[in-house]
Design a protein around this ligand. Structure first.
Ligand SMILES: [Zn+2]
Ligand SMILES: [Zn+2]
Length: 161
């Protein structure tokens, strides 16, 4: 499906195609939390990098996150894009998976499908004040999860196109 995204001030708009658009993965790492997650987490989506079309590219800035927060000596190779006018988090692109891009669900204007199960990751980085949903359809990982975004969609029979 096509995902239409934008920043809050409207300077940046983008579209991309996703075969795996369910917003099921909640990341509580310090990077997601500080840069994109007022609620204590951010939700990353799966989309095809070569389908990306951007308007307002000149308003985008890239942040390569420090990996050893709070020491700040080593940077991630992943590129996080933001609108420099309003600060909205837009998407992450990682050179390790150049064919993919990961829009933040918060930047997407297209109504997204509701996931039948959610996955909560990097819980070791979660501060105590952030509540984590419990129950049959909530999976929890202290670190990274046991499957990629696309594999979750395959397991649930939800890959499109
Ligand atoms: Zn903006
Ligand atoms: Zn994260």
């Amino acid at each position: 499906m096509q995902l239409d995204g934008s920043c809050h001030c409207g300077a940046v708009r983008f579209t991309c195609e996703s075969r795996a658009p369910y917003p099921f993965m909640y990341c509580y790492c310090s990077i997601c939390r500080k840069t994109a997650g007022g609620g204590g987490f951010a939700i990353n989506l799966h989309a095809d990098a070569d389908s990306l079309h951007v308007e307002g590219e000149g308003h985008i800035v890239v942040y390569r996150a420090w990996l050893d927060h709070p020491h700040r000596k080593r940077r991630s190779v992943g590129e996080r894009r933001f609108c420099k006018r309003c600060g909205s988090a837009l998407w992450v692109w990682d050179p390790g998976w150049p064919e993919l891009m990961h829009p933040f669900a918060s930047a997407i204007d297209t109504p997204l499908p509701e996931p039948p199960e959610r996955v909560h990751i990097l819980l070791d980085s979660k501060p105590g004040w952030v509540p984590v949903p419990q129950g049959r359809n909530e999976r929890h990982f202290s670190g990274y999860p046991d499957e990629f975004l696309i594999q979750w969609h395959e397991r649930h029979g939800l890959v499109r196109g």
